[in-house]
Design a protein around this ligand. Structure first.
Ligand SMILES: *Cc1c(COP(=O)(O)O)cnc(C)c1O
Length: 440
């Protein structure tokens, strides 16, 4: 008898964010097509969270697959210092004019967290590179002008799981074990009509302490799909920039159409100095991160003094296959735009029906993302709800993975009308059933 994949997995794999004690065996997925994932018994599941927000054109897209195959036959990888290649240059050329701002340089890395690490390092070194050129007694560059040695970040933010990215993310059970090893940014509330004046006076008072601010524009994803006011953010960012603070837009989640526009930055007048991209960048096919900057930042690293170099890189920087997948994904985005507006329209209509369910709190939608909290006012219920919804959804042929009590629906842009109906019907079924029969 052959050992099942689940049994083999149990022997050798350590899964992400997974407590392996008492964990439910993972589902062996053997193929994907469009919005659907198929398990080894032929069951289909609608991927209602786009496989952790990465997949935008559906699974195993034949166009991307063909481009990847052709590229793999030509050049699979090459070191990216001292060498360059067509997919990396073509992707930068194609991406830069699409980005919301005056971006002129692309730095490649492997994922969202590394894109954030690079951005933070750029912002901090931007300031230290402006210091007097002569070395100090210790040989290190002199202190940053104006003592800009802090980073600003928002409460409830999530920027990734590596140490720098964790440092600028909200402290939580995810970061508890590492608390004393993280650098401390100053955390402030996301701007709103209520707190804007207070935040602006904070900037006037302390703005010059900060090298940069990192933020997820309009939508804090992992922090609970929290949507916040574009106009207030805009005013806050302009004021921050007025104090010389570099603005780092983390569009790892919001990029490539998720919020209805190609980038969330398009909802803002103020343009960021640095932007981080990943997730949808390759259509969810391959791991790739981009940190794009303005020429002003790039120029701060140009020097005869070698110490002003950005000393950062990864073995797989600008991997030609990943860049090819990203180029193919951009080709498909024209078609994707139709899906984006279709999903956005349906979410908006479904949203209107949600207040009629007593256990729904704070229903909201932004582009292709619909979210709400389920609440009966009892804490144990809140804690119990996420795994129950995931389990019940799987039984209904849908993959959903709530964040605590926050349920959200974020499909690939190719999802069909029927599949959308199926997910909405399931959500309604939950709202009725869990209200009658609270989960224990
Ligand atoms: C997912 C995410 C990251 C981290 O990306 P990884 O590829 O998982 O490292 C960073 N920022 C935001 C806003 C994200 O949603």
């Amino acid at each position: 008898m052959t050992t099942s994949l689940t049994q083999r997995d149990r022997q050798v794999i350590w899964h992400p964010y997974t407590q392996h004690k008492g964990f439910l065996p993972p589902i062996p997925v053997v193929k994907g097509k469009g919005s659907l994932l198929f398990d080894d018994e032929g069951n289909a599941y609608i991927d209602a969270i786009s496989s952790w927000w990465v997949n935008i054109h559906g699974h195993a897209h034949p166009y991307i697959a063909e481009k990847l195959y052709q590229q793999a036959l030509r050049l699979e990888h090459v070191i990216f210092t001292g060498f360059t290649h067509e997919p990396a240059v073509a992707l930068a050329e194609r991406l830069l004019p699409l980005l919301p701002g005056d971006f002129s340089r692309v730095f490649y890395s492997d994922n969202g967290s590394t894109a954030v690490e690079v951005a933070i390092k750029m912002a901090i070194q931007y300031w230290s590179n402006q210091a007097d050129t002569g070395p100090s007694a210790s040989g290190a560059l002199r202190a940053r002008p104006g003592g800009r040695n802090k980073v600003l970040a928002f409460h409830h933010s999530y920027h990734g799981d590596t140490f720098g990215a964790m440092s600028v993310s909200e402290r939580s059970v995810f970061t508890d074990a590492f608390r004393e090893y993280l650098f401390e940014p100053v955390f402030i509330d996301t701007p709103s009509l209520e707190n804007l004046d207070e935040l602006l006076s904070f900037l006037r008072l302390r703005g010059k302490e900060f090298a940069g601010i990192i933020y997820e524009p309009l939508l804090q994803g992992a922090g609970g799909m929290r949507m916040y006011d574009a106009a207030s953010l805009d005013r806050f960012l302009s004021a921050a920039a007025g104090q010389g603070i570099l603005c780092i837009a983390d569009e790892v989640l919001t990029g490539f159409g998720r919020t209805g526009k190609l980038f969330a930055g398009e909802y803002l007048q103020h343009k960021a100095d640095i932007i981080c991209l990943s997730k949808g960048l390759t259509g969810g096919t391959m791991a790739l991160g981009v940190t794009a900057t303005t020429e002003r930042i790039f120029e701060a690293f140009l020097s005869d003094d070698k110490r002003k170099t950005l000393f950062h890189g990864h073995s797989f920087t600008a991997n030609p296959l990943a860049c090819t997948a990203a180029l193919a994904s951009l080709d498909l985005l024209e078609e994707g735009r139709r899906g984006i507006s279709y999903i956005s329209g349906r979410h908006a209509r479904f949203l209107e029906t949600l207040p009629s369910y007593p256990i729904v709190r704070n229903a909201r939608a932004l582009g292709t993302i619909l979210a709400f909290e389920i609440n009966t006012g009892r804490d144990e219920y809140i804690n119990a709800i996420a795994p129950v919804i995931t389990r019940d959804a799987l039984a209904a042929g849908i993959y959903l993975r709530p964040l605590g009590s926050t349920v959200y629906f974020m499909p690939p842009y190719c999802i069909t009308e029927k599949e959308m109906d199926q997910v909405y019907d399931f959500l309604v079924h939950c709202l009725v059933q869990y209200a009658e029969q609270p989960v224990t």
